[in-house]
Design a binder for this molecule. Structure first.
Ligand code: HEM
Ligand code: NAG
Ligand code: NAG
Ligand code: NAG
Ligand code: NAG
Ligand code: NAG
Length: 254
């Protein structure tokens, strides 16, 4: 699959969200006030991803952060209302980091009502996009649960000394960097996770069997990912008079 598959997943997620009305969010929210919302977003996202494949990854990550951090500014996507304020401390306490171990990751996802299966499925979002050297440096120089050929190849563009090459990028899924598939999981089976936190999902612990099942079945991954994305989208959304719908997505309404 090519970069357009990133887009198709986003569109699929939009479609799933649209078809799964919950007690908190309404899929028909814009039906009368802005009936062309979905088609407008779809064509804008299509154009953006066609111009820059990484845009799909940026939007997916933004959605994850928006759902996990209360009072964070929302992405310019209309199914969640925008906050009027942001909280750096909430972002720091609620978002997982690349140095986290399996217990740390499990705890943060459990805090949001997501179990290990859902956490593993959502982590499959790392089948697209890239990470900076400073986030995987320790893993490629200091960890032992990494394929040594893979580690050496990454070291070429990520110097060991902190401060040099910190922002250099590597794909989160080196096998098929822009394709939304289950290669993230097959990579983990051969110790080719980019982040320490990625490889923690397949390191002899309770998440191993789920990684194995998604590695052996892309359809099992796809359906678990879609369901978990919908569930994540429903984490404490603002409804009613909470928050606002921005007129310009880059700033709070005046
Ligand atoms: C399990 C815990 C997670 C950790 C520790 C984690 C950590 C990270 C880190 C460190 C980066 C690189 C950021 C950078 O270099 O600037 C990244 C990128 C990314 N993450 Fe995660 N992440 C996690 C879960 C998720 C989830 C649940 C999703 C979506 C469902 C997601 C989607 C992405 C995407 C798409 C990128 C690439 C963004 C781009 O290329 O611009 N991540 N993540
Ligand atoms: C954001 O604003 C709301 C409404 O005024 C308030 O209840 C909440 O505590 C604020 N959150 C932060 C992180 O400042
Ligand atoms: C991560 O887990 C370790 C124990 O495994 C614990 O000592 C540490 O405080 C945890 N860190 C976070 C950020 O949860
Ligand atoms: C985790 O959630 C999934 C999806 O809701 C569910 O099918 C599964 O049984 C749950 N797993 C556990 C261990 O509770
Ligand atoms: C690796 O571990 C050593 C020894 O603990 C430490 O000095 C170094 O900063 C760590 N990180 C890297 C990237 O080598
Ligand atoms: C590590 O990866 C390389 C390149 O893909 C492969 O040839 C090698 O067999 C792997 N090593 C191990 C121990 O799996």
């Amino acid at each position: 699959m090519a970069s357009s598959s990133c887009l198709s997943i986003l569109v699929l997620v939009v479609a799933l969200l649209a078809s799964s009305a919950s007690a908190q969010l309404s899929s028909t929210f814009y039906d009368t006030s802005c009936p062309k919302a979905m088609s407008t977003i779809k064509s804008a996202v299509t154009t953006a991803v066609n111009n820059e494949p990484r845009m799909g990854a940026s939007l997916l990550r933004l959605h994850f952060h928006d759902c996990f951090v209360d009072a964070s500014p929302s992405p310019a996507l209309p199914w969640r209302r925008d906050s009027t304020n942001a909280s750096k401390s909430n972002a720091n306490s609620d978002l997982p980091g690349p140095s986290f171990n399996l217990a740390n990751l499990t705890q943060l996802f459990a805090n949001k009502g997501l179990n290990v299966t859902e956490m593993v499925a959502l982590s499959g979002g790392h089948t697209i996009g890239q990470a900076q050297c400073r986030f995987f440096r320790d893993h490629i120089y200091n960890d032992t649960n990494i394929n040594s050929t893979f580690a050496s190849s990454l070291q070429g563009n990520c110097p060991q000394a902190s401060g040099s090459g910190d922002a250099n990028l590597a794909p989160l899924d080196a096998t098929s960097a822009t394709s939304f598939d289950n290669a993230y999981f097959t990579n983990l089976l051969s110790q080719k996770g980019l982040l320490h936190s990625d490889q923690e999902l397949f390191n002899g612990g309770a998440a191993d069997s789920t990684v194995q099942s998604f590695a052996s079945s892309s359809s099992a991954f796809s359906s678990a990912f879609a369901a978990a994305m919908v569930k994540m989208g429903n984490i404490s959304p603002k409804t009613g008079t909470q928050g606002q719908i921005r007129l310009a997505c880059s700033k709070v309404n005046s």
